[in-house]
Design a protein around this ligand. Structure first.
Ligand code: SF4
Length: 454
């Protein structure tokens, strides 16, 4: 545990950076191990305390250099502590920078390692066409925060499924969808992508799932969409009837084994992956595109087990594979006590090489706090099967409307992004239904101004 003292925005930046290097950080008013105040960085662990001044616009670079001398491996992401490292490139492209100048900037001012630099530009090239098109369209995210049980590494807002709570939730969600649809119509906007996520929407009972998908179809018919994804990540939530419903309405489905090692799955509270093959074949036959996730760095998983899982997944021929690196976030059961998996970094690197050999290319990327090897999550796809929603969500160049608990509306006006986030907790969400109307009001408030201005 590191104690840190800093003020304002710098406190936040410094915290993320130090947390990335050292793990848990406590912000402290009094005693501190490090502090950043009045452009002076102090390391109190040294005797006498070591101090150096940092200019206000390059303090992270100075501090990164300092820690580089202190610690052998700081990971490859330099001072980039945010979720979306590609934004650094997008912002500079918009300002007219050349590729060469951006590369130089990332190396010198971002302190990025060369392999991460290459990765970023590769992802950027692979998502370019999708990233630039249809900026006037809206993507819709619908949140279903229920799962059969909670996986031990989960830090989402999901709750175990209960009939009573899900009924209350669905009835509120239907009201919100009706209101959203009305606003979209009034403002002459078009939704071209739907993503039903969570949680695990397939945890709903068959009749609930059927009613939900019918409701979505009523407002946002499948025929009018470019892409329609349903998360069905947990195989233990499937039945023939639910799979049939998903196949009828969606164009893509996510089924996530996370690993094929049954022993590791038990450790992290996930269901068996033995039926993965059956369901992948089922959805393929119905013509859906499939995304499947693996996690690198699960507790107790060896490099060999991970690579074996990767081979089994490639054999099933999903169109998309996402490799996450485990993130040890607060709120997840067990994670605080678990030792880091020392192979997580190599798993991620080997997965990249193997997937490229198997004709998958990396097309979106994001980072999370407390990843076990300070790595990244990468979405890979066979050419032409990229999930547009994932690109739009990550790159923040398209507006997103959303419904349900913890859902985020993203409004863009004059290049400025505003996030309108609904209550994270399902019960609080249900107790405050008026919040959504306020958000929709705010989202569409200056719609005309934007249309004229852009
Ligand atoms: S299936 Fe996903 S959302 Fe549900 S508990 Fe597991 S990790 Fe969390």
């Amino acid at each position: 545990m590191i104690r840190l003292r800093a003020t304002g925005k710098k406190a936040l930046h410094l915290r993320y950076l130090v947390e990335d290097f050292f793990g848990e950080v406590m912000m402290s008013d009094g005693e501190a191990d490090f502090s950043l105040e009045k452009d002076l960085f102090t390391d109190y662990r040294k005797d006498p305390p070591y101090q150096f001044s940092v200019s206000s616009d390059s303090y992270l670079v100075s501090i990164h250099k300092y820690f580089s001398e202190e610690k052998e491996d700081l990971g490859g992401w330099g001072i980039m502590h945010g979720v979306r490292p590609l934004k650094w490139i997008h912002m500079r492209r918009e300002e007219g920078w050349t590729t060469r100048a951006i590369q130089q900037d990332l190396l010198e001012n971002g302190r990025l390692r060369e392999d991460k630099l290459d990765l970023l530009f590769e992802v950027e090239a692979n998502q370019k066409t999708f990233f630039e098109s249809d900026r006037d369209k809206l993507s819709l995210y619908i949140s279903l925060p229920f799962c059969p049980t909670i996986c031990h590494f989960c830090c989402f807002h999901s709750v175990p499924y209960t009939k009573r709570l899900s009924e209350l939730y669905l009835s509120q969600l239907y009201e919100d969808l009706a209101l959203l649809h009305e606003k979209i119509q009034e403002n002459n906007k078009t939704v071209d992508i739907v993503y039903v996520g969570g949680g695990t929407p397939s945890s709903l009972r068959t009749e609930q799932l059927s009613a939900l998908l019918e409701q979505i179809e009523r407002y946002f018919p499948k025929d009018s969409l470019k892409e329609y994804t349903i998360e069905a990540g947990r195989i233990d939530s499937f039945t023939e009837e639910k799979a049939e419903l998903i196949a009828q309405f969606a164009t893509r489905v996510c089924i996530n084994p996370q690993t094929f090692s049954e022993e590791v799955l038990q450790t992290v509270g996930r269901p068996s992956a033995l039926e993965m093959k059956k369901w992948v074949h089922y959805f393929k036959e119905k013509g859906l595109l499939i995304n499947a996730d693996l996690i690198a760095g699960l507790p107790g998983e060896s490099l060999q087990q991970f690579l074996h899982s990767l081979e089994r997944l490639i054999e099933l021929e999903p169109e998309n594979i996402t490799i996450h690196q485990l993130s040890k976030k607060k709120g997840s059961k067990l994670m605080e006590d678990l030792q880091d998996n020392p192979s997580a970094g190599e798993m991620t690197t080997r997965a990249y090489q193997r997937l490229k050999d198997a004709n998958f290319h990396p097309y979106y990327l994001y980072r999370q706090k407390k990843m076990v090897d300070r790595g990244e999550n990468i979405g890979y796809a066979k050419k032409g099967t990229e999930c547009l929603y994932n690109i739009r969500m990550m790159e923040d160049q398209h507006e997103v409307v959303a419904a349900g608990s913890n859902s985020v509306l993203k409004k863009i006006r004059g290049g400025k992004l505003t996030r309108l986030t609904n209550y994270r907790d399902v019960r609080v969400f249900l107790l405050n239904p008026e919040r959504y109307g306020e958000h929709l009001q705010a989202f569409f408030a200056d719609n005309d101004a934007r249309d004229e201005g852009e």
